[in-house]
Ligand binder design. Structure first.
Ligand SMILES: C[S@@+](CC[C@H](N)C(=O)[O-])C[C@H]1O[C@@H](n2cnc3c(N)ncnc32)[C@H](O)[C@@H]1O
Length: 339
């Protein structure tokens, strides 16, 4: 899945002399075994990822120094390599979280696809570094280099939380950079919530994002036993904050699809992922549709929202034998299937 080097890493491979002068803290959009490449050329890097799938894959590769979470541990680092994430706000967040671990004079590198916003590197580094140089550019990717000149203030995650209100449910939703539907409730998730009337027992919010679905359902049905899963550490942190801020209780944990989920549920509810990353295509939803039935109690149901054009009803019928459409508007449909 992460085997082939991305064009960004191929460009970085021409710069290993510079990059491997010190052990780097590497973070951002990691989609291949760049850490292995760095380790072959010099001191092994320390990797910090917010992506649980990448974390598990790198662990399988035997790379010892890898952390998964919303921010890196407090250990000092000799330099930083940020692989430009998709959202600029996430790049700002990662720099604020990682740069306090460096000493003044330490090297800071930003690399990325030219179409993925890497050209913003000089602006992103302006608050921390005096001069930013473009070190290389090839294969539609660029590498920027700078030196830390201003020691950043310690990272405080709470400073990065944005909030919005869900008036109908009287909920405050907490979000973090790069988390799905940062400033408002997604209209698909709203249609899903409005289509659900009765619920009981153990409920899984699959791909919880900022926790909007789980928190809303729990507010309406206080007896529910809620579990929220996501692959993204910032989404998990946002969900935890959303539940805590609204005095709701649920279990929030990392899972790539249903891989870390145990036992059976009365309901699995989701606004599932459907788009591709810059490189990886997610088969997550197709796998959910074919395996959800094994994670439901008898009489339990899968309820999800999807873009109306996606061929999900056929996939649901294949594993459940039927698929009901609970609601539809021009853009979205709500599907339900019971075991
Ligand atoms: C369309 S968003 C929905 C977020 C939230 N439930 C809402 O309604 O606003 C889909 C979520 O699925 C998560 N996701 C993507 N791939 C995943 C995977 N393999 N396993 C679990 N969650 C995943 C994404 O990080 C994202 O938060």
């Amino acid at each position: 899945m992460f085997e082939a080097l991305t064009p960004v890493s191929e460009m970085l491979a021409r710069n290993l002399d510079t990059l491997s002068r010190q052990p780097l803290l590497v973070c951002g959009l990691l989609e291949d075994n760049l850490p292995g490449l760095l380790a072959e050329a010099g001191p092994a890097p320390r990797v910090f990822t917010t992506d649980f799938r990448y974390f598990q894959w790198q662990q399988g590769q035997g790379l010892a120094d890898i952390e998964f979470g919303a921010s890196p541990g407090a250990r000092p680092a000799a330099g930083l390599l940020l692989l430009m994430p998709k959202a600029k706000a996430e790049a700002e967040y990662l720099l604020a979280a990682c740069l306090p671990l460096l000493a003044v004079g330490a090297p800071v590198f930003i690399a990325g696809d030219n179409k993925g916003g890497v050209k913003a590197a000089p602006k992103l580094l302006a608050p921390y570094c005096g001069q930013v140089n473009k070190l290389d550019s090839a294969r539609r990717a660029s590498l920027y280099q700078a030196e830390l000149t201003t020691l950043p203030s310690p990272f405080i995650l709470a400073d990065w939380v944005n909030r919005y209100a869900m008036e109908e449910e009287q909920l405050q939703i907490c979000t973090l950079p790069g988390v799905f539907s940062a400033g408002h409730l997604d209209s698909g998730s709203r249609l899903l919530l409005n289509s659900i009337t009765t619920l009981k027992g153990r409920v899984l919010d699959f791909g919880c994002g900022a926790g909007v679905i789980g928190a809303s359902l729990l507010k309406r049905h206080p007896g529910l036993e809620l579990e929220c899963i996501d692959i993204n550490a910032l989404a998990l942190e946002a969900s935890r904050l959303t539940l805590a801020e609204n005095r709701l209780e649920g279990r929030v944990y990392a899972s790539d699809g249903l891989s870390q989920v145990n036992g059976k549920f009365d309901h699995i509810i989701s606004n599932p992922p459907f788009h591709a990353g810059l490189k990886t295509f997610y088969h997550t939803t197709e796998t959910l549709l074919s395996s959800a039935v094994d994670y439901l109690k008898p009489g339990g149901s899968l309820i999800l929202v999807a873009n109306a054009f996606l061929p999900y009803p056929e996939l649901i019928e294949k594993s459940f034998g039927h698929c009901d459409t609970l609601a539809a508007n021009g853009k979205f449909k709500i599907y339900r299937a019971s075991r």
